[in-house]
Design a protein around this ligand. Structure first.
Ligand SMILES: [Cu+2]
Length: 497
């Protein structure tokens, strides 16, 4: 189990508070600055969305004193950003953190729009930080990287801090929020009369669930060990900022957007009654067809959208959303333990359900390996007291390799040691997983859509197809265990014209 320090919270009563749903961020009035205007030439007038980084007290649980955290707009998680295909967004980030702060993390901050297709200048290069009192605009074009290929859309992204060396501490401080994408098909309207609309559960039935794990001191302050190089695994399970909340649901279908925003912890999610659910989207877009599963393994940075149908249950039914992986640190799960409830669903009312889960959600072109122009090994190892990619530590002055825009590459992701797992993340765009341990058949159905986080368990390899689109410049690739990333398991690709 987790080794707890003397003055940390051991356990609290579960299911005391309702699940909070982060507010959708409304567009603001504002003037776009000159640097942004020079790069929005083809994207029209963007919606302006303002994210203000500031300290705020957050209550994880009524039995624990409030916690001073770093937030976007005063809440943890931050507000949900909604993108509609064809309508560009300007995210204006304002750093109003305390310039005199001393503690873990750093008030120099960066924003990464994780899973989006945006130019390097808007992607959150780890040294493109701003200081307290400064602001920066990011253009999210919200166009498809391949014209008319809507399989690049319709899923859940997120945004979080990405400062060099301190991403773990800054995200743990609370700098994370979720993003939803909609278009004419996945239209945010389960009553959409259009014959081509998917009519997935919408409105109050489309619910983001951000999972994280924390260690809190008994005075409510965050416990975090800056020198923990494996990635912290907390003992308190947090969903949308609350420890083990309950969620009253109607006896009908819901869409849940799962995000693992943890540091080192992996999850093997399942329902306490063993019932199946349907997976409909992965990191980079909708799946072609729903995949029925009873267990869903997820690692830091990953997202899956799932449908749970509560219509079969009598009112009063309680079902917990569980995980049973044993972690003592962030390197990898060590086994199975007594299942821990993350969240309790309570079926408490009836409601009409006009939503559907079509058997065909999108069309994803098969991975085309005939276009591959380069095949690369990308190896993750521990050496010289730190975490390396291809025997190198993070070096902002030297790319891991150079690639060409508008080409396709095959990358073999390799973790040599069995002692740790590494969730691989690339910023260029999503990838397709071609094989695991050289076996195409070993890629499960729910991993056959678009992915931007690929877990590579210790002693295994995963082959991915990377289609590089038109933007040129510097794009990151790294382990998404932020402690590994900060201790230099990060590199970058120089995309040239
Ligand atoms: Cu790692």
């Amino acid at each position: 189990m987790i080794k707890l320090k003397k003055r940390t919270v051991n356990a609290v009563r579960p299911f005391v508070e309702p699940l909070p749903i982060p507010q959708r961020l409304a567009p603001s009035q504002g003037i776009l600055g000159a640097p942004l205007e020079t790069r929005m030439y083809s994207f029209g007038q963007p919606n302006l969305m303002v994210l203000e980084e500031k300290e705020a007290y957050h209550q994880f649980h009524p039995d624990i004193p409030p916690t001073l955290m770093w937030t976007y707009n005063g809440t943890f998680p931050g507000p949900t950003i909604v993108h509609r295909l064809g309508q560009s967004t300007c995210i204006r980030r304002v750093n109003n953190l305390n310039p005199n702060y001393t503690g873990f993390g750093i008030v120099k901050t960066v924003l990464h729009h994780h899973g989006g297709w945006q130019a390097p200048v808007d992607d959150g290069w780890p040294l493109d930080y701003i200081l307290p009192g400064q602001s920066r605009d990011y253009l999210i074009p919200n166009i498809l990287p391949v014209a008319n290929d809507r399989s690049y859309w319709g899923t859940t992204l997120w945004y979080h801090d990405h400062i060099a060396d301190h991403t773990a501490g800054n995200v743990y401080q609370g700098l994370a929020g979720m993003v939803q994408q909609f278009d004419a098909f996945d239209s945010d309207n389960e009553n959409d009369p259009s014959p081509t609309a998917l009519r997935l559960p919408s409105g109050q039935y489309d619910v983001p669930l951000a999972f994280s794990d924390y260690i809190l001191n008994t005075d409510g302050s965050l416990f975090f060990d800056q020198l923990e190089d494996k990635g912290q695994a907390g003992n308190l399970f947090v969903v949308n900022g609350k420890i083990q909340p309950y969620f009253n649901v109607a006896a009908r279908k819901y869409r849940f957007r799962l995000l693992v925003a943890s540091q080192g912890r992996h999850y093997d999610f399942h329902l306490s009654n063993g019932a199946p659910f349907q997976v409909i989207a992965s990191d980079g877009g909708l799946l072609e067809a729903p995949v029925t599963m009873r267990r869903l393994y997820m690692v830091p940075g990953e997202r899956y959208d799932i449908i749970i149908d509560f219509s079969q249950y009598p009112l009063g039914t309680q079902i917990a959303f569980m995980d049973d992986l044993l972690h003592t640190d962030g390197n990898k799960p060590e086994g199975i333990r007594v299942p821990q409830p993350q969240l309790l669903f309570v079926v408490d009312r009836n409601a009409p359900d006009p939503s559907r889960v079509p058997q065909r959600l999108t069309v994803i072109p098969p991975p085309d390996v005939s276009k591959v122009v380069a095949t690369r090994r990308i190896e993750f190892d521990r050496r010289n007291g730190g975490w390396q990619i291809n025997r190198r530590f993070w070096d902002p002055t030297r790319p891991l390799f150079t690639a060409r825009a508008n080409t396709t590459e095959r990358w073999n992701l390799i973790v040599n040691s069995g002692g740790w797992h590494h969730p691989f993340h690339v910023h260029i765009d999503s990838v397709r997983i071609l094989s695991r341990n050289r076996r195409p058949a070993a890629v499960p159905l729910h991993e056959r859509g678009r992915k931007d986080v690929v877990n590579v368990p210790g002693g295994s390899q995963a082959e991915v197809l990377m289609k590089i689109h038109s933007y040129t410049g510097r794009y990151m690739l790294h382990c998404h265990n932020p402690a590994h990333e900060d201790l230099y398991m990060m590199g970058w690709v120089d995309v040239r014209p």
